[in-house]
Design a protein around this ligand. Structure first.
Ligand code: GDP
Length: 446
């Protein structure tokens, strides 16, 4: 069962319960059993689902339900809270500090997306001003070094590896030492995988870990592995000190529930998810939006409430219309930038969108971010109406970008950077396509 279906199943279970005239224990149990079934079909581990069911029963007070409170909402909220609890191990992952050398070791089975993810992780930090470097300590898979080299070259990230040396520990140590000397602040060590969990893999991981003393070990897991997620994650955790998890291939037919299981097994948070094969298809992971999506509540339940709370009534329909169409043009981006700069009501709303403002305007760097937004707007001022109203980034070919750069007195590189930002925001925006608009305060309508 993929995520969207899971949300639908849970909503149906809640709906059936609401239809009952009297909510007694049997009706509640039927509802919870339905939800349990849906979660199991989404690959959440059995024990987790069972514990969750017990906890929800403890929390949900039948007397409250009988008193006619919004039943669906109460139970949905309890399910939501329980899932968040599983996904949030209560302690954040070690956070490397910019400018101070940290070693981050990646582990995972072959094919999980480990090598791709190492580069994505390096690239993500590089864009934020870090000096990352990649070390290929995967001597098991033929071609691993070539793949890492190719990715690293594309992203202009320094790398280290060897075609001749077969000892992964030696390569890892040499690579880490070299990059420490070169003042890199994020030294990423890619280790070997195997097709299945086996002692030789774990022994090799332990040796590399002992020799390089990583500040953080990241376990990379393919989201489509299903019920095996818990055991796999636990096996890795038992061999090395896994401190964070990255789930890959969330763009495919992932069931997603495995992510919950992996966190429960490693007691480490998911920090990123992979959403495609490309270098920038990589997102910071936030527990609450993920669970909202898992439950079909829409990523944006809080966002909708906020729109109704702060946007003047007469401006709501237009904004909601644009959102539900999911078509993000450069003109819409321009208007949203204006709103963000004014910090008017709509600006406040957008600052709640995951990825919209935390990335665009990170806390503590508001001045720089504002300057960046203004720069983008100057460049958009040099665009034609056709360009502003198109939602096809391919329209912006090289000659158009050169013209815009000339017209706004900026570099072509900067125009390209703005278009990248546009594509990122368009992706977030498109997630709202077809979003149903709930009545005020009624989250259960979602
Ligand atoms: P490794 O053996 O664990 O190092 O795995 P690779 O990095 O070689 O990845 C295996 C395959 O998965 C490659 O074809 C990658 O392009 C692909 N891949 C990795 N991450 C993602 C992702 O987030 N989404 C999709 N669709 N493919 C991915």
């Amino acid at each position: 069962m993929v995520l969207a279906q899971l949300g639908g199943s849970i909503s149906r279970a809640l709906q059936q319960m609401s239809n009952a005239t009297i909510i007694d224990e049997k009706v509640l149990n039927d509802c919870l059993n339905e939800i349990t079934r849906a979660l199991l079909q989404s690959d959440v581990q059995f024990k987790l689902v069972r514990d969750m069911q017990t906890n929800i029963k403890k929390i949900v007070n039948l007397d409250d339900l009988a008193a006619g409170h919004n039943k669906r909402r109460i139970i949905q909220q309890a399910v939501f809270n329980e899932l968040c609890k599983i996904l949030d191990p209560g302690k954040p992952a070690f956070a490397p500090k910019k400018g101070k050398a940290s070693v981050v070791m990646f582990v995972g089975l072959q094919g999980s997306g480990k090598t791709t993810t190492c580069t994505k992780y390096a690239f993500y930090h590089q864009k934020k001003g870090w000096k990352p470097a990649l070390v290929c300590a995967d001597t098991f898979r033929a071609g691993a070094f070539d793949q890492l080299k190719q990715n690293a070259t594309k992203a202009k990230i320094p790398f280290y590896g060897s075609y001749m040396e077969s000892d992964p520990v030696k390569i890892a140590v040499e690579g880490v030492e070299r990059f420490k000397k070169e003042n890199c602040d994020l030294i990423i060590v890619d280790t070997s995988g195997r097709h299945k969990q086996e002692e030789s893999l774990f022994e090799e991981m332990r040796q590399v870990s002992e020799a390089t003393k990583p500040d953080l070990v990241i376990f990379v897991m393919d989201s489509s592995i299903g019920q095996a997620a818990f055991d796999q994650a636990q096996a890795f955790k038992q061999s090395v000190a896994v401190g964070a998890v990255i789930i890959t291939k969330m763009d495919g037919h992932a069931k997603g529930g495995g992510a919950l299981s992996a966190v429960a097994a490693t007691k480490s948070p998911v920090i990123f998810i992979g959403t495609g094969e490309h270098m920038d298809e990589f997102e910071v992971f936030d527990v609450k939006p993920f669970v909202s999506r898992l439950l079909g509540m829409g990523d944006l339940s809080g966002f909708m409430d906020k729109i109704q709370e702060v946007v003047p009534m007469d401006q709501q329909p237009e904004l909601l219309q644009k959102l539900s169409e999911g078509n993000f043009t450069l003109r819409i981006m321009y208007e949203q930038f204006q709103n963000i700069l004014k910090m008017g009501p709509i600006g406040q709303v957008f600052s709640m969108l995951p990825g919209f403002s935390n990335e665009l305007m990170p806390k503590g760097r508001e001045k720089e971010s504002q300057a960046k937004i203004k720069r983008y707007m100057t460049m958009m001022d040099s665009m034609t109406n056709e360009e502003l109203d198109s939602s096809n980034p391919k329209l912006m070919n090289e000659s158009r970008m050169m013209r815009i750069a000339r017209g706004s007195g900026r570099q072509v590189r900067e125009v390209m950077e703005m278009m990248e930002e546009y594509k990122r925001l368009a992706k977030i925006w498109s997630k709202m396509k077809g979003l149903k608009i709930p009545k005020k305060g009624d989250m259960s309508a979602l």
